[in-house]
Design a protein around this ligand. Sequence first.
Ligand code: DGY
Length: 333
Amino acid sequence: MKKPRVFVSRRIPEASLRPLMQECDVEIWEDELPPPYEKLLEKVEGKDGIISLLTDRIDAHLMDVAGPQLKVISQYAVGVDNIDLKAATDRCIVVGHTPGVLTESTADLAFGLLMAAARRIVEGAEYVKAGKWRTWHPLLLLGNDVHGATLGIVGMGRIGQAVARRAAGFGMKVLYYNRTPKRVEIPNVDARQVDLETLLRESDFVSIHTPLTEETRHMIGRRELAMMKPTAVLVNTARGAVVDTDALYEALKDGRIGYAALDVTDPEPLPSDHPLLTLPNVVVVPHIGSASTTARTRMGDLAVANLLAVLNGKRPPHVANPDVLERPECRRA
Ligand code: DGY
């Protein structure tokens, strides 16, 4: 029997690929950089499944070029803002993604960035490497305490809640805002649901954990940044475009907020000559929230499990467009 044909848009951990190799005819994009859109179109043509990355634009045109046999797009990430979900559902294409397996790792990084900004750890390391460390000084690199401070979490999903648990260990007070209000009870965490304005006005640290959608694009703009404390730290490990980068640059430059610690940026990657990188009160890391060996392997395992389930006519563990499973016209024989 002919094996299903699958395109994988970058090399993912080897162990995750093994079951895929056994069951499918697999083509992998081996470059370090993502396939340009035109190449991607060429590569997906005639494929039954695609394992995609957040750097791939997966739109209606691409799905049409792939052809009517395309059954599944399995994203190697939890966020699917690069994929046109409606176009996939309209074409009976299941979109898989990888929630859960990267929650704790991403929360670790968010909290690490928060600490780094509060205590100016990156600045300190650069200071030492630059040979500037001549003595202990009472006023050298003073930062802000994390313990006892107020943390505002924007987006109280899995990762937001995992960050709240970490904050409790530091005796922080937690405020949270969710676009769709939801009550969250986390054992031993003192967390209060508030509106966005209260969160921005009262928090010493604001950490973003909302997915990027048309509603959340630039959710943190000039107006919202102006509500924050002049000492506040903004942490973003979600998607860069949730924050208006120009507004953020101005707020940081003019001292209207204290610091930004970013794992994600808009644009991404951030060019090395971007004005944001000239500021002393910014730390940027290259979208490494889920970059632990364990998390990335589990993401690979789940992306492959989602893909193989669909190709074998089964319900996949995690679907980003669950409506597709309910559409009678999408049920396959
Ligand atoms: C995701 O999964 O959406 C992250 O941004 C990368 O792990």
